[in-house]
Design a protein around this ligand. Structure first.
Ligand SMILES: [Fe+2]
Ligand SMILES: [Fe+2]
Length: 320
């Protein structure tokens, strides 16, 4: 039976791939500036400077848009935790280290743009937002106990970057403001390039150590949770976002797991030993179950939405 590659061997063998992907990323990505996505002329002072403090009436955002914006922003805010995790699992040397720095700098832009937009347009309560940020960042994000090493990390961030891209795009749509939509599309384009970077790296890991990569992917796919899990009001906000299709189980299966697994040719590979086969089988069973769960979830959601629409009609027949 072939011996597992150590972390050091994996990091060393994959460094040329990281260097290549980094070059490709830098050649593809476009420079952009958060200040270009914020309508500064709408801004005015708050009470501390003689102006007016935030009032719910000032926001043009719907309830779901507010919740989605806050969730996505607080997720971006926890960058120090993500940086710590990936720099622990990757390497701070050579191309690995350069990528970790570059990725971190790009991610930081996302929170800058979103916060400036929300504060200037008075889209959400800036005091509540700051209080939530303090709680969320103080707690930090901890890699789950079952995360071990670079392969697990790469599998996770591939799914996570794609999930974040989808969530930002959907949030842009519910904001009902072309400025917010354009800004979130710009951020989502970054997430897409990040996803491509990690997906390519994982593809190379599959070729280098097929069994190990397969075991990581199965483990991570089966336990995937969004990076913002556990932030203030996570459950309540999550329900609202799921109800409005910001990020739900159907999108997770059809737009994240399925295309990424297809890209890695997980179900067509012929280079697994028994171990890899076993992990692949476990993943196939999980996906079958998820497929059934998705159908149940959609039926349940349709019932809830129909009930709410009927209730709204009964309260105000003219509005429907
Ligand atoms: Fe981001
Ligand atoms: Fe990203």
């Amino acid at each position: 039976m072939p011996k597992d590659l150590t972390q050091l061997q994996l990091l060393t063998e994959l460094e040329p791939v990281v260097a290549n992907q980094l070059d490709r990323h830098l050649a593809t990505t476009k420079e952009w500036h958060p200040h270009d996505y914020v309508p500064w002329d709408e801004g005015r002072n708050f009470a501390a400077l003689g102006g007016v403090d935030w009032d719910p009436e000032q926001s043009r955002l719907s309830e779901v848009a507010k919740v989605a914006m806050i969730t996505n922003l607080l997720t971006e805010d926890n960058l120090p935790s993500y940086h710590r995790t990936i720099s622990e699992h990757f390497s701070r040397d050579g191309a690995w280290g350069t990528w970790v720095g570059r990725w971190t700098a790009e991610e930081n832009r996302h929170a800058i743009a979103m916060r400036d937009y929300l504060v200037v347009t008075r889209g959400v309560d800036p005091v509540a937002l700051e209080q939530d940020r303090m709680v969320h960042m103080t707690r930090g994000v901890h890699a789950p106990d079952h995360f071990h090493g670079m392969l697990d990390q790469v599998a996770y961030v591939t799914f996570q970057e794609l999930a974040t891209r989808i969530s930002h795009r959907a949030t842009g749509r519910v904001c009902n403001d072309p400025m917010a939509d354009t800004m979130l599309a710009r951020i989502a384009a970054d997430e897409n390039l990040h996803m491509i970077f990690y997906r390519s790296l994982a593809a190379a890991a599959f070729d280098l150590a097929p069994d190990q990569a397969m075991e990581s992917v199965t483990k991570i796919a089966k336990t995937f949770a969004m990076p913002g899990t556990g932030m203030p009001n996570w459950r309540r906000n999550g329900v609202l976002m799921v109800k409005h299709g910001i990020y739900d189980l159907r999108q997770h299966l059809d737009e994240v797991l399925t295309p990424v697994l297809r890209h890695w040719n997980v179900f067509g590979r012929t280079d697994f030993t028994e171990r890899g086969e076993r992990a692949r089988q476990e993943l196939a069973e999980y996906l079958d179950k998820l497929g059934r769960d998705v159908v149940r979830f959609e039926e349940q959601r349709a019932r809830i939405l129909a009930r709410e629409a009927a209730k709204a009609e009964a309260l105000d027949p003219a509005r429907v």
